[in-house]
Design a binder for this molecule. Structure first.
Ligand SMILES: Nc1nc2c(ncn2[C@@H]2O[C@H](COP(=O)(O)OP(=O)(O)OP(=O)(O)O)[C@@H](O)[C@H]2O)c(=O)[nH]1
Ligand SMILES: [Mg+2]
Length: 384
């Protein structure tokens, strides 16, 4: 599963990442990646945005973790919204010396918005604190804060230690032992994500053909789930929804009985006219998704250096929204009509689509204007 370290600047996310690899390397479950190797990660490009995220990997007895640590605050936000740092769970790092800070809260909110269900807390820098009541206070305040953002404040594991002590191989009581406890808490508390194959079937329609004598075939790459020949499916989106039967599955000009996540398939649909199916719709396990016109989203507005706008936009702005294969116009609305979104901002707003698109909480999209990608976003709440 994918996890990552989040939390306020300088609270010790990178030190902790390095410490985890060090402690697990001693058990043979990781390759030690030192602090300066993580913070000097090569630039990488994801979805046209330049990001600097360090990926490390480690293994416990039961799990393999991909772990993401990002160097700068703005990158965290961008990475979480674009999905470049896709996390199934996260470790929120809080310095015992400062307690919760603005970005502790902001990252918690974002984690919630992008669909992270469970977190583990690491209260760091306890080597700097001599008063145990101080630590109790940070613990209590974190539990409160978790509850505020709809995480399980009561049961979330909170580990207190010193990432630096662990990294420097001293004071094992607050160092390496606490890292081992932290990783154990991740194993025990964070839920493994459903694998793509276990999810309901979803095929975004890329293209539609009419094959004489056979009928209408929709093609695309199966995003998740499994479909078998002869099962009922639903075609959804762009104002249409109907059920039909998947009478044939074609891959590389071969007839098959089954298609699964990752496959490029042609779906032969019974009794369906070519005009009824369009690029931008989805073919799904019946009832597994809804077509939505209005939703709330968290978006990151690209800066001009990232290829985005030079100027802010206001409520009522109408770019094009791209989600899977769908491309529809959308009107953006802020709660406060006087608000402006500047390049570089991270904002929540309401999206009103010109026609309904199959989407759900956690669906990611981009906003474009002409040939420019101006923002990237994630659905946080659907309205209708
Ligand atoms: N005393 C003490 N210092 C620590 C501990 N963990 C980290 N630090 C120090 O805190 C500073 C910040 O640590 P980083 O790991 O870079 O923090 P970060 O959260 O990755 O910071 P950004 O990526 O800039 O947000 C460094 O000087 C670390 O050496 C700790 O357990 N005890
Ligand atoms: Mg860092």
């Amino acid at each position: 599963m994918n996890i990552g370290t989040i939390g306020h600047v300088d609270h010790g996310k990178t030190t902790l990442t390095a410490a985890i690899t060090k402690c697990l390397a001693e058990k043979g479950g990781a390759q030690f990646t030192d602090y300066n190797m993580i913070d000097k990660a090569p630039e990488e490009r994801a979805r046209g945005i330049t990001i600097n995220a360090a990926h490390v990997e480690y293994e416990t007895e039961t799990r393999h973790y991909g772990h993401i640590d990002c160097p700068g605050h703005a990158d965290y936000i961008k990475n979480m919204i674009t999905g470049a740092a896709q996390m199934d769970g996260a470790i929120i790092v809080v310095s015992a010396t400062d307690g919760q800070m603005p970005q502790t809260r902001e990252h918690l909110l974002l984690a919630r918005q992008v669909g992270v269900k469970k977190l583990v807390v690491f209260i760091n820098k306890v080597d700097q604190i001599s008063d145990p009541e101080m630590l109790e206070l940070v613990d209590m305040e974190m539990r409160d804060l978790l509850g505020t953002y709809n995480f399980d404040g009561e049961n979330t594991p909170i580990i207190m230690g010193s990432a630096l002590a662990a990294l420097e191989g001293r004071d094992p009581e607050i160092g390496s032992k606490k890292i081992v406890e932290l990783v154990q808490a991740c194993d025990d508390w964070l839920d493994l994500p459903l694998r793509d194959l276990e999810k309901p079937f979803l095929l975004p329609v890329e293209d539609v053909f009419s094959i004489s004598g056979r009928g209408t075939v929709a093609t695309g790459r199966v995003e998740r789930g499994v479909a078998s020949k002869g099962t009922e499916v639903e075609v959804l989106g762009l104002g249409e929804s109907f059920k039909t039967t998947l009478t044939g599955i074609e891959m590389f000009h071969k007839e098959l009985d089954r298609a699964e996540a990752g496959d490029n398939m042609g779906a032969l649909l019974r009794g369906v006219k070519r005009e009824q199916v369009k690029r931008g719709q989805v073919i799904i396990a019946p009832g597994s998704m809804k077509a939505v016109k209005v939703f709330k989203a968290q978006i990151y507005v690209l800066t001009k250096d990232e290829g985005g706008r030079y100027t802010p936009f206001t409520s009522g702005y109408k770019p094009q929204l791209f989600l899977r294969t769908a491309d529809v116009s959308v009107e953006l609305k802020f709660d406060d009509p006087a608000k402006m979104a500047m390049p570089g901002d991270n904002v929540e707003l309401e999206c009103n689509l010109h026609s309904s698109v199959a989407l759900e909480v956690g669906s990611r999209f981009t906003l474009r204007e002409g040939h420019k990608t101006i923002a990237t976003g994630v659905v946080v709440e659907t309205k209708e």
